[in-house]
Write a protein that binds this ligand. Sequence first.
Ligand SMILES: *[C@@H]1O[C@H](CO)[C@@H](O)[C@H](O)[C@H]1NC(C)=O
Ligand SMILES: *[C@@H]1O[C@H](CO)[C@@H](O)[C@H](O)[C@H]1NC(C)=O
Ligand SMILES: *[C@@H]1O[C@H](CO)[C@@H](O)[C@H](O)[C@H]1NC(C)=O
Ligand SMILES: *[C@@H]1O[C@H](CO)[C@@H](O)[C@H](O)[C@H]1NC(C)=O
Ligand SMILES: *[C@@H]1O[C@H](CO)[C@@H](O)[C@H](O)[C@H]1NC(C)=O
Length: 369
Amino acid sequence: MSMSTASIFNRKARIILCAIIMLLLFMFLFKNMDYTLFSNRFNIYLQMKNGTVYRVKFLDIPASKQIKPQTLDNKPRSVTTMTNLATDFNKKLSFLGNLTYSKGNVQVYNLSLPNNDRFKCVSLRQGKNTPICLYDTKVDLHVSGSLARTGSWEAGYLNQVKSFLMQRPKAGLIDLGTNLGVYTLFISKTLQRPVLSVEPYYPTIRRLHKSIKLGKLEKFVTLVVNPITDTRETVYFRRSSNNQGDTRISQSKTNDRGLGPNSSHSILMDDLSDVANFTEAVMKVDIQGYEMKAFSHSKRFLDKVKIFAIFIEWEFYRNSKAHPLVPGFLEEMKARGLKPYSPGRIPLALTQWRKWPFDVVFKSDEVKW
Ligand SMILES: *[C@@H]1O[C@H](CO)[C@@H](O)[C@H](O)[C@H]1NC(C)=O
Ligand SMILES: *[C@@H]1O[C@H](CO)[C@@H](O)[C@H](O)[C@H]1NC(C)=O
Ligand SMILES: *[C@@H]1O[C@H](CO)[C@@H](O)[C@H](O)[C@H]1NC(C)=O
Ligand SMILES: *[C@@H]1O[C@H](CO)[C@@H](O)[C@H](O)[C@H]1NC(C)=O
Ligand SMILES: *[C@@H]1O[C@H](CO)[C@@H](O)[C@H](O)[C@H]1NC(C)=O
């Protein structure tokens, strides 16, 4: 009887002692652990000390396409405040950081890297059927929608850009606001000319990268991932739910906390001088209301690269009563011998810029329609 009581006591004592040791060991090992980061390519999962798991969704990719989370970084980390957390996050996710290299102020995407993302890609009809990768047409009605249905987008403008370039054998294309790459892919494929592309929005960049690789066009394209405006600063993306081509930047910090691919570092058009390796060009500019700001710091660049024609979206300036940057832009165009026309080739009067059409072509007399 007494023997058995003693043995039960000993067992209990051993279990309790064991539990205490385990607890101490755990406390020692995890004393600094405030959160753990898990990640796949699209989401970051954050597990707090109290067990709450947060998911930070970065990309508008249909749920069915998302891969299962894999442990990327499960090392315990110590953070004291949410501010530190955000900073740490930012460092961790200088998202494009390891996909790009720097030239001056410019971040250039390394197109030689592999891209195993899975997108729907179709043939770009005018571009010798080179592949072009799309968004789901539900979230990108216009450009992806049109490409999925017809394999083409802005065919008339594309042929005009090509015709101008064919008259200037040394000229390259400058494609500001490349989006899914219709102009970039078309010109690099059909004319094998150098193209300087600028596209800052990560989900779009990945599609563009994929299209360029599928078409084996890496050697023609330089892809810059900084948005162009009138400042060098951190800017944030504003998205549209059904038109990814309408993604635009915002210089106000209220929208987002500036984490991951929601933010980017803007540059000036002049900064492109460091990456343009051709000195004659045709330019397309479609940057959702930032066109005038982009041209407000462009003298050095325009001195380096002689432009024969600029295709520019005028939607954001027509009908505006006063726009402080338009007069300076028009003077600059005039000084460089670039005259405004409607896409239908009708000359436009400089004083009438408020009534110009949605798209305008500035053209030098050195190239013919
Ligand atoms: C866990 O901690 C986070 C902040 O660290 C807090 O926002 C959240 O409400 C906590 N969850 C629970 C269930 O206590
Ligand atoms: C870039 O970093 C991410 C996250 O750390 C990693 O998953 C990815 O493989 C890296 N890419 C390259 C090309 O090193
Ligand atoms: C681009 O990526 C390739 C393949 O990983 C690598 O060999 C090359 O050094 C990278 N180029 C630059 C400029 O980082
Ligand atoms: C221009 O840049 C492209 C892409 O970086 C490169 O492949 C090409 O060789 C360069 N051309 C010249 C003439 O330097
Ligand atoms: C990025 O922006 C989207 C849409 O505006 C938002 O839902 C998401 O929470 C943002 N992500 C971060 C990390 O701020």
